[in-house]
Design a protein around this ligand. Structure first.
Ligand code: F6P
Length: 369
């Protein structure tokens, strides 16, 4: 066997948690430790732990029995080491006089790390790329319920969230039908509509509103009234948290933010519900699914995907292939340069087949002229 490039590496989880993180940690650790004899250092709370030197050696018992556990045994944070400190909260006394990347490089050396494995979303893998440019040997894994990471067809966490959201939509159907109501369910997804699109199709949503297709409230109302004219006295409206109206989409970001700050709605789902009720006179109710989409045990699909991504990361370490993120491309596990992933968000292409599928079963996206 050729020389193994890595003897000892650190692993951290960063950004929003999701089902599958522990499955991925287990995949990396079992392969790296069991097959390649590598030492593993668990870093607490994302990049914050690397800045503070909050780390400990992991033993096999630490990553045994965690395949089905939600969350992350390492903890997480949204620390962005390369952003000015005033963006990410006050620097701690220990950090004054040092900038965060410098502290990371110091702790990377102090912990005698040959490499660093990071499990995270867009921001995490962008930071990974910047650290790679500083000379660290970094491997990234694509984690998020949003499925919005460039370079991979799918992220782990996404399918579990689709399962959770779909079950919620199924449950809303029965109560909407019983009370002849319009039920609006707001889903996560950050600036992309993947979660709302897939759960909306899986749950038979009548209306799906996503950021990629800015909506016209009048178009949504027309569709719901057309359903009522056909005798369907209820509708299910699935709204991505990043959805916006056509009017808003035409505005500069700051103006859009000001417009929303002047509205009496805590989030887009409530606004869409108010628009529907005002236009149609139908009783409308709102469910914001929130953090339920990030909690609990991973789906079997995500357990398999996260394990595959984890073992692939261990292979990259063993071969000394750094500066890359593990990815799923055309149903195969591969890797892509972090330089291609950094600073990008994968949104839904207008011609994506799933949008076509939804339209063919009569789904309204609120974009009909
Ligand atoms: O990126 C995952 C995600 O759940 C997004 O869908 C959501 O907008 C965001 O995290 C919520 O962030 P936080 O956990 O910091 O409230």
């Amino acid at each position: 066997m050729s020389r193994i490039a890595v003897r000892r590496f650190g692993i951290l989880t960063s950004g929003g948690d999701c089902p599958g993180l522990n499955a991925a940690i287990r995949g990396v650790a079992k392969a790296a430790s069991g097959v390649y004899g590598m030492e593993i250092v668990g870093i607490s709370n994302g990049y914050r732990g690397l800045i503070e030197g909050d780390a400990r050696d992991l033993a096999p018992d630490d990553f045994s029995g965690i395949l089905t556990r939600g969350g992350t045994i390492l903890g997480s944070s949204r620390e962005k080491p390369f952003k000015p400190s005033d963006d990410a909260g006050e620097l701690k006394d220990s950090e004054v006089g040092h900038d965060k990347p410098e502290l990371i490089l110091e702790n990377y050396a102090r912990l005698s790390l040959d490499a660093l494995v990071v499990l995270g979303g867009n921001g995490t893998n962008t930071t990974a790329h910047l650290l790679a440019k500083q000379g660290l040997n970094v491997v990234g894994l694509p984690k998020t319920i949003d499925n919005d990471i460039w370079g991979t067809d799918v992220t782990f966490g996404f399918h579990s969230a689709v399962d959770i959201a779909t079950e919620a939509i199924d449950r809303l159907h029965s109560t909407a039908h019983s009370h002849n109501r319009v039920m609006v369910i707001e889903l996560m997804g950050h600036k992309a509509g993947w979660l709302a699109l897939y759960a909306g199709v899986a749950g038979g949503g009548d209306v799906i509103l996503i950021p990629e297709l800015p909506y016209d409230p009048a178009s949504v109302a027309r569709d719901i009234e057309a359903r009522r004219a056909e005798g369907k006295q209820f509708s299910i409206v699935v709204v991505a948290e990043g959805a916006m109206s056509r009017e808003e989409a035409a505005m500069p970001k700051k103006e859009r933010k000001r417009l929303r700050e002047g509205m009496p709605y805590p989030s887009i789902g409530y606004r869409v519900a108010a628009e529907i009720q005002a236009a149609t006179g139908m009783e409308t109710r709102v469910t914001v699914l929130g953090y339920l989409q990030r909690g609990g045990t991973p789906s079997p699909y995500d357990r398999v995907l996260a394990t595959s991504f984890g073992t692939a990361a261990a292979e990259l370490l063993a071969r000394g292939r750094f500066g890359r993120m593990v990815a799923m491309r055309d149903s195969g596990v591969t890797s892509v340069p972090l330089s291609e992933v950094a600073d990008k968000t994968k949104t839904i292409p207008a011609d994506h087949y799933m949008i076509g599928t939804a339209r063919l079963v009569g789904t309204c996206f609120g974009d009909a002229r």
